[in-house]
Design a protein around this ligand. Structure first.
Ligand code: ME8
Length: 525
């Protein structure tokens, strides 16, 4: 039986276009799904849109649309963007779909029946964009502590979820499952910032607006958008219905990916809801940091937003994905700048990788009419060193990606690329070619370069899939066995492989000044 891998992204608020920061979560989930599939897992990826709540109701009104009409349009936009970005998701859930709404109502009912949800009255400072209540002391300068916007004092009859009851169980679970939360410091943050100060019961219904899922037994209430939204991860799999094969197969999720702003909901409330429902918790939740701009958060008012389409249209999908995955470190925020984008493009992609492929293909054509020499082992210590280096780097790559250190795992691939470039300098094939007695060394050199690049193409496949395909094409690798992950650990005999006659640059070098200017102008639009 094959192993399964279920990965989820947050479901997005369709309150406007998605910028590169928002797109990051989904690009990352897609890359990890592709990686796991290559490693032989039966993988499944879920994404979608979070369509209820006061925020969406207000945005729809601003756009002179009914909420349903508005979210229909935005869900189409989201699907179109993911298509442009070649996101290979298996299901797209919308929280306004009956398959979701019906289950949320049942879940709410059940939690009420079992006494976890009770009726009370709530008064607090409400931030509409964040859909969150705050106490007076949580506010910063009288504003929302999360987004800095105005808050409103609101009072309403509400249902509450008894969070306190589950705190000891949650802490025990954290303790017994040290890999549950990645990176680990997020767990400490949850404990120190939210649990130790005393976790309040959570208000889980609203009466001040109606764009939400009605509570069956008390229809003037709609279900709080976070309780509604979080359950998407199981309703999409058919939880609670007769048609629950996917739930049986894929739950508990292998990996749930979320940005840092929604860590609290996923690391505290979500596990508690699952405990209350008697459902096992996901294996792992990854909290990633944010893309910032030099002047802070991306925002329309600052005129510093960059959309994925802008970069994709001008520089291609792979350059855009590569930049996003490479520039966001695990434990800090990443900073987007036009300069760093152009530099990554020119140095990593065009120069280090593109030129390496181009030179290798050209040399194979020049010295061997394009036919890749066969593998005859190592003919000197430089070959041994190279083989050893690549073997270690693959091991390092696998460790880093297992730890979900994506930027670092890409960096490991680039150490191989740099090592191959150095190998050309060390072996100087153009000198070997002048001496008939050095033929064996020249053969070994070209073989090792092609074989190294074949491995790089496999490693790159989950992240920059088109580039990987293009590399295979230029290297003349057609046999599917030579594209499989397992072939990465051995030196394959590439006999019969013929490289393309005229290599095409993978990434055309950019005029740095011009392109930095271009991106800056786009950001102001
Ligand atoms: O939070 N850099 O949806 P959302 C990196 N509907 N990631 C960023 C980012 C940035 N600059 N800005 C936003 C929601 N994100 C809820 C989720 S799940 C049950 C409900 C990330 O559209 C953010 O952290 O506001 C989140 O992971 C994702 O974009 C969608 O955010």
């Amino acid at each position: 039986m094959s192993k399964s891998f279920y990965v989820t992204t947050p479901i997005y608020y369709p309150s406007g276009k998605f910028h590169i920061g928002t797109a990051y979560t989904t690009v990352l989930a897609d890359a990890l799904k592709r990686y796991k599939t290559l490693r032989g897992y039966d993988s499944y990826m879920l994404t979608g849109t979070d369509e209820h709540g006061q925020k969406i109701q207000e945005v729809a009104k601003k756009n002179n649309m009914e909420p349903q009409e508005y979210v229909d349009k935005m869900a189409d936009y989201a699907k179109k963007l993911w298509k442009t970005m070649d996101i290979n998701y298996d299901d797209f859930i919308r929280t306004t779909e009956p398959r979701h709404e019906i289950q949320v109502q049942k879940i709410f009912d059940r939690l009420m029946d079992q006494g976890d949800i009770y009726k009370g009255e709530y008064e607090g400072w409400y931030c509409v964009p964040c859909e969150t209540y705050f106490t007076q002391t949580q506010l910063i300068d009288g504003k929302c502590p999360d987004c800095g916007r105005e808050v409103r004092l609101m009072k309403e009859e509400s249902y509450f979820f008894n969070m306190k009851k589950y705190v000891p169980r949650l802490l025990k679970y954290y303790d017994e499952h040290p890999d549950f939360i990645k990176p680990n410091y997020r767990k400490t943050e949850m404990i120190n910032n939210f649990i130790k100060p005393g976790l309040e019961d959570l208000c889980v219904s609203r009466t001040t607006f109606d764009w939400g899922i009605k509570v069956l037994k008390d229809p003037k209430h709609v279900v709080y958008v976070w309780l509604d939204a979080l359950t998407n991860y199981i309703t999409a799999l058919g939880y609670g219905t007769e048609n629950d094969e996917l739930f049986k197969k894929f739950w508990p999720a292998s990996l749930q990916i979320v940005g840092k702003d929604i860590a609290r909901f996923h690391l505290i409330y979500w596990p508690i809801f699952l405990m209350a429902l008697g459902i096992p918790l996901p294996d792992q939740i990854l909290v990633h940091n944010w893309f910032m701009m030099k002047d802070g958060k991306m925002s329309k008012s600052k005129g510093n937003i960059i959309y994925p389409e802008t970069l994709i249209n001008r520089y291609g999908l792979d350059a855009t994905k590569y930049y996003l995955l490479r520039e966001l470190p695990v434990s800090n925020d990443g900073v987007f700048s036009p300069e760093s984008f152009v530099e990554r493009y020119n140095v990593d992609l065009s120069n280090d990788l593109g030129n390496l492929l181009n030179r290798t293909v050209a040399m194979c054509n020049k010295y061997f009419d394009g036919k890749v020499p066969s593998y005859t082992g190592c003919v000197n210590t430089v070959d041994n060193d190279l083989e050893e280096f690549i073997k270690n780097a693959i091991g390092n790559f696998e460790n880093k990606i297992t730890e979900l250190e994506i930027a670092n795992s890409l960096q490991e691939i680039w150490t191989i690329i740099s090592r191959l470039n150095k190998y050309i300098d060390e072996t100087s094939p153009w000198i070997l070619a002048k001496d008939e007695n050095e033929k064996e060394k020249l053969e070994s050199c070209i073989y090792h370069l092609i074989e190294g690049l074949r491995k790089v193409a496999i490693l790159l496949n989950p992240f920059v899939t088109n580039t990987s395909k293009n590399m295979f094409k230029q290297l003349g690798i057609t046999d599917s066995k030579l594209k499989q992950w397992d072939s990465i650990y051995t030196n394959e005999n590439l006999e019969g492989t013929k490289v393309i006659e005229k290599g095409e640059p993978l990434f055309m070098r950019l005029d740095a000044e011009e392109e930095v200017e271009y991106i800056k102008n786009e950001m102001k639009k």
